[in-house]
Design a protein around this ligand. Structure first.
Ligand SMILES: Nc1ncnc2c1ncn2[C@@H]1O[C@H](COP(=O)(O)OP(=O)(O)OP(=O)(O)O)[C@@H](O)[C@H]1O
Length: 261
């Protein structure tokens, strides 16, 4: 478990380029252990791409990603695999394997990690499903038979399968109605507290942000425009921050989210 004062994720001078387009320019960002950091920014500002960089799904054009204090590519293959097991990711739309049932989806990372004792796999899958408030009767369903909220919960169970210290969430409440969204936020908050997780999330949803985030990092024009507690971010003079946080609708959403927190 990463202790207080450490940074499970550090980006140092990170730049991302697709063809001739630079999406990120020299980004420095450290995510402190135990915090819930929300990445916000306009559409296409590079939030999802930054999450993908954090877990090595993309290579930076410049700079470095450090996970748990070490460069992503450091160490032997075994060391890299061991690092891989310390984080879980919830992709947009859940990204469940459509040909596998719920049980096999949640079991997937366990089997990949070499856990082949069937009794243990069974126990762990049902435990993870219970953690996301799903009963064993869901285990044999196929992803196409689940509601949007259930897909997110199963995807979260899969992300938590190997008991990660770090959880990355891409738009966790997108596509959920307000009640399901509030329920999912409560679940993530409870898990964050119970498991001592560090969380990085991308969200457009201010209710979700206000209810969950302990810090906010604002991406704009390829850079981190501001990074700190929400109250501090809201004092920054910038057109995006003005539009995103200070409209009447935003204020109402923030008030609702804070009431949930
Ligand atoms: N694999 C790729 N190849 C080429 N361009 C890409 C690729 N992935 C992302 N991009 C581009 O990088 C930019 C940032 O995309 P990204 O999905 O990270 O933005 P975002 O901030 O998450 O957007 P949104 O809020 O709309 O989901 C966009 O212009 C996108 O088209």
């Amino acid at each position: 478990m990463s202790g207080a004062g450490t940074f499970p994720v550090e980006l140092k001078g990170l730049s991302t380029r697709f063809g001739n387009t630079w999406v990120h320019r020299h980004i420095d960002l450290a995510v402190p252990a135990g915090e819930v950091v929300a990445l916000v920014g306009g559409s296409g500002s590079g939030k999802t791409t930054l999450l993908r960089q954090m877990v090595g799904l993309l290579q930076p054009a410049e700079g470095e990603v450090r996970l748990f204090g070490e460069p992503l590519s450091a160490g032997s293959r075994d060391a890299q695999l061991a690092r891989r097991r310390r984080f879980g990711m919830l992709f947009q739309q859940g990204a469940l394997f459509s040909a596998l049932n719920v049980f096999a989806n949640v079991a997937f990372p366990l089997r990949e990690a070499g856990i082949d004792d069937e009794e243990l796999v069974n126990h762990l899958v049902l435990l993870k499903l219970a953690m996301v408030e799903l009963g064993p009767e869901v285990a044999l369903r196929m992803p196409a038979e689940l509601s949007g909220g259930m897909v997110k919960r199963v995807a979260l169970a899969r992300a938590l399968a190997l008991e990660p210290e770090l959880l990355l969430l891409d738009e966790p409440t997108a596509g959920l109605d307000p009640d399901r969204s509030a329920g999912f936020v409560r679940l993530i908050r409870a898990l964050h507290r119970a498991l001592g997780l560090t969380v990085v999330l991308v969200t457009h949803d201010l209710d979700t942000l206000a209810a969950l985030a302990t810090r906010v990092a604002v991406l704009s024009e390829g850079r981190i425009l501001a990074n700190g507690p929400l109250d501090e971010i809201m004092t920054v003079q910038d057109p995006f921050i003005e539009r995103f946080f200070h409209s009447e609708r935003s204020q109402a959403a923030l008030a609702r989210g804070r009431a949930e927190a």
